[in-house]
Design a protein around this ligand. Structure first.
Ligand code: 3PG
Length: 306
């Protein structure tokens, strides 16, 4: 059995070693394709693979078409908007993710970005604190829950909105639940976004919500750029000098921010949320174990396609 680990943004070496151990101790072979710059490299490597582990790498119909032996693809991470699930199903390829495995790293980044911003990028001038400020968590999944726990540690007032969870489930975390997104945006000076990108959420955060936030407002997006309606974001920026946007997933309109809004935004160089050794090990090893388990026992837990 040949397993391909294809990561355009590589895992930490310590994670790759552990992934290799899991695969090889099952008696399988591992191929490693890191830092690839051209889709042709992926198409060529995947042609020999029975199993595939990726991060945000695009697994399109073209990639699946080149993968003649492929039976399973694992997204070593949470969001699977990079995988063409229909094409997987058509090709009888099982697709899975590893939910929760890299969440803590993402949650910690939320606070790193907020602290950096409220302290003015550590520029020597007086900043502000997180304590006693309100934070709204939009979507209360694995990352949202950890953000709530950390926010409580900072003595913030914590709110959450998630239309897919029963209110009682959120209340267990000792935070306030809001029934409508608008209510949360009206109350909170900080909003942390944790929505997946799908047809229902794309461009769902725009002027209507953003403009309702009290001043000063900071929105943190460690989820996906696609959930933001960038026209609405820019309109809010134009009207509101207090408004800041911190994103681990830089917007398409980044050049406008660079030209007009210095000091009011922060964009990481590359999606950095899950880029810790711990998250790489957790997500990578979980992916390797899920592949082995599937081939050895047929276990389809964490399957995301039909
Ligand atoms: C995820 O969906 O798990 C995160 O966005 C991390 O993505 P990455 O593996 O590309 O860093």
């Amino acid at each position: 059995m040949k397993i391909l680990l294809a990561t355009e943004k590589p895992f930490a070496p310590v994670a790759v070693t552990q992934i290799r151990e899991v695969i090889e101790s099952a008696g399988y072979e591992i191929d490693i394709l890191e830092n690839y710059r051209n889709i042709s490299e992926l198409l060529s490597s995947v042609s020999r693979a029975d199993g595939l582990i990726v991060r945000s790498d695009l697994v399109t119909a073209e990639v699946l078409g080149a993968a003649k032996n492929l039976r399973i693809v694992i997204r070593a991470g949470a969001g699977y908007d990079n995988i063409d699930l229909e094409a997987c199903t058509k090709k009888k390829v099982i697709a899975m993710n590893t939910p929760g495995q890299n969440s803590n790293a993402v949650a910690e980044l939320v606070f790193a970005m907020m602290l950096y911003q409220v302290r003015g990028g550590f520029n020597g001038k007086s900043g502000t604190e997180l304590r006693d400020k309100s934070i709204g968590i939009h979507a209360f999944g694995h990352v949202g829950k950890l953000v709530a726990e950390i926010a409580k540690g900072f003595s913030m007032y914590v709110y959450a909105y998630d239309p897919f969870l029963p209110e009682a489930e959120i209340r267990k975390y000792g935070i306030k639940v809001l029934r409508r997104a608008e209510e949360m945006y009206r109350i909170c000076h900080f909003i942390s976004l944790h929505l997946p990108s799908n047809t229902a959420t794309r461009k769902s955060i725009g002027y209507d919500l953003l403009s309702k936030m009290p001043a000063p407002a900071i929105v943190v997006n460690t989820a996906r750029k696609e959930i933001i309606d960038e026209e609405g974001l820019l309109k809010t920026f134009e009207e509101r000098p207090d408004f800041c946007y911190l994103a681990d997933v830089e917007p398409d309109c980044k050049a406008i921010f660079e030209e007009k809004y210095k000091g009011r935004y922060l964009f990481t160089a590359k999606k950095m949320g899950a880029q810790t050794e711990e998250a790489n090990i957790n997500a990578g090893v979980a992916a390797a174990r899920q592949i082995v388990d599937y081939f050895e026992t047929g276990n389809e837990s964490f399957r995301i396609n039909k």
